[in-house]
Design a protein around this ligand. Structure first.
Ligand code: FMN
Length: 227
């Protein structure tokens, strides 16, 4: 049946759900560590993780770019964050894995709706050392470890049954032993060159503070942006 305009959901005036955490707490955290954007991010991340209404605070959108210059994005989970950068794990031969190895420039985005915060990162992604990937892989639930062996992530799948068979094969293969990290599974660390903090304002005059640095050992400079 052909869709008509009247079938479309009315999104134009849907507005935002009013589920925000106590604004004064968020404002106070937003104002801290202005001299060090990584410390500022970690402090806000801790706040997001302590807010029960913020589901999946470590979920972030990862944008990559292909040979043809076309962007693609998907959600991954933040697994480590410190002064070196932000780390996530994935299949190295997945769509994103292949793009990142060919074009390391990437962007990460957090939207913490319950805190009315948006934090953006841009920078270059480098593969984490094998030892780091091994250490994280060893902490994953066994089912996830076996799934990593079974799934040729992002490649065409002939049928759901074929995936179940691959999982069964992996289960049999590693029966009675620890599941090692698949050789093509690993992590990337995005080393940021740009970090933007965005805080919603009730009158839509949102606060935007953008940090940039020319090199990894250079000082961050901060400027305000119009909302
Ligand atoms: C909440 C959430 C968390 C996810 N976390 C990861 C992750 O940490 N690593 C990963 O490879 N895929 C993760 N995925 C799946 C990815 O979004 C994506 O479907 C998959 O990695 C294949 O992406 P690609 O084909 O663009 O490479 C997650 C999806 C969701 C919705």
């Amino acid at each position: 049946m052909q869709r008509t305009m009247s079938d479309s959901p009315d999104l134009a005036h849907a507005g935002r759900a009013r589920t925000a955490a106590e604004p004064a707490r968020v404002d106070a955290a937003f104002a801290q560590h202005r001299e060090d954007p990584l410390a500022r991010f970690l402090n806000l991340l801790a706040l997001a993780r302590s807010e029960p209404r913020q589901l999946e605070p470590t979920a972030m959108s990862l944008a990559t770019v292909g040979d043809d210059g076309r962007p693609s994005s998907r959600i991954v989970l933040l697994k480590d964050a410190d002064a070196r950068g932000l780390t996530f794990f994935t299949n190295l031969d997945s769509h994103k894995g292949r793009e990142l190895r060919a074009h390391p420039d990437a962007a990460l985005l957090f939207h913490w709706q319950a805190l009315e915060l948006q934090i953006r990162f841009e920078g270059r992604a480098t593969q984490v050392p094998d030892a780091e990937a091994d250490a994280y892989f060893a902490t994953r639930p066994r089912a996830s470890q076996l799934g990593a062996w079974a799934s040729a992530q992002s490649h065409e799948l002939s049928s759901r049954e074929a995936l179940m068979q691959a999982l069964q094969d992996a289960t049999q293969r590693f029966q009675g032993q620890d599941v090692p990290r698949p050789p093509r599974w690993g992590g990337f660390r995005l080393v940021p060159a740009l970090i933007e903090f965005w805080r919603a304002d009730p009158a839509r005059l949102h606060q935007r503070e953008e940090y940039r640095r020319e090199a990894i050992d250079a000082r961050w400079t901060m400027r305000l942006l119009n909302p």
